[in-house]
Write a protein that binds this ligand. Structure first.
Ligand SMILES: CC(C)(COP(=O)(O)OP(=O)(O)OC[C@H]1O[C@@H](n2cnc3c(N)ncnc32)[C@H](O)[C@@H]1OP(=O)(O)O)[C@@H](O)C(=O)NCCC(=O)NCCS
Length: 181
């Protein structure tokens, strides 16, 4: 898909930071590891970053007033799994997370609205999200935003960690969908 200039947005945390939600840059990759908590995803982030150059995957990070990376959201527009992202109608949101201090202040909702309106402008009509079955809080937030569970997801996948070792994940999930128009 063609590369386009991505929009960005800001959000005022009530009685807190004015954070910036902006397209990722290569120098953000280390900050996205959150002081080691997500170091095991180093190679994965790098691959997604490389994909983002083609415009098939889009990545926004959340930057605090101090320049710290405090969150992220990835959006797949075109994937080999065309049931998730087909480049025209369907898009898939993943790797959505905020550091604990930045949760429950409306920032996640603002980011969802931002991503959805971007997709509508690009002509997409559905957005899919997988939410872990034990993550009731995130599921509730998505339901409030108009997402509905459309089925179970086995949640088995593999990745190479920062040492090149293959790791297997089994995280049963619900697939959720929102019709954007
Ligand atoms: C999921 C996540 C990205 C959502 O972002 P968030 O900023 O916490 O989301 P919001 O603040 O918009 O909404 C969460 C709750 O805060 C409440 N809230 C919204 N605006 C608020 C405000 N201004 N002040 C206080 N609370 C607010 C919402 O009502 C919502 O309540 P609910 O859980 O009962 O629906 C974030 O919580 C997170 O990183 N969680 C850990 C990782 C994760 O689970 N990711 C999702 C994977 S699918």
């Amino acid at each position: 898909m063609s590369t386009q200039i991505l929009p960005e947005t800001t959000y005022q945390i009530p009685e807190g930071d004015l954070v910036r939600v902006r397209p990722v840059r290569e120098e953000d990759l280390l900050g996205m590891e959150w002081d080691g908590e997500f170091a095991h995803f180093r190679r994965l982030y790098k691959q997604h970053f490389q994909n983002s150059r083609s415009g098939n995957t889009l990545i926004w990070v959340v930057e605090s007033e101090d320049g710290e990376i405090v969150g992220q959201v990835f959006l797949s527009l075109l994937s080999s799994q065309s049931e998730l992202a087909d480049g025209i109608h369907r898009a898939y949101l993943f790797s959505f997370r905020l550091k604990p201090d930045y949760r429950n202040h409306g920032l996640g909702s603002h980011m969802l609205d931002f991503v959805e309106s971007y997709l509508v402008r690009r002509g997409f009509d559905t957005l899919r999200i997988n939410v872990a079955r034990d993550n009731g809080q995130a599921r509730r937030m998505y339901e409030r935003h108009g997402y509905r569970v459309i089925g179970p997801e086995e949640g088995r996948w593999r990745y190479q960690d920062q040492f090149g070792q293959w790791q297997s994940v089994h995280e049963p999930a619900w697939r959720m969908l929102k019709k954007l128009k």
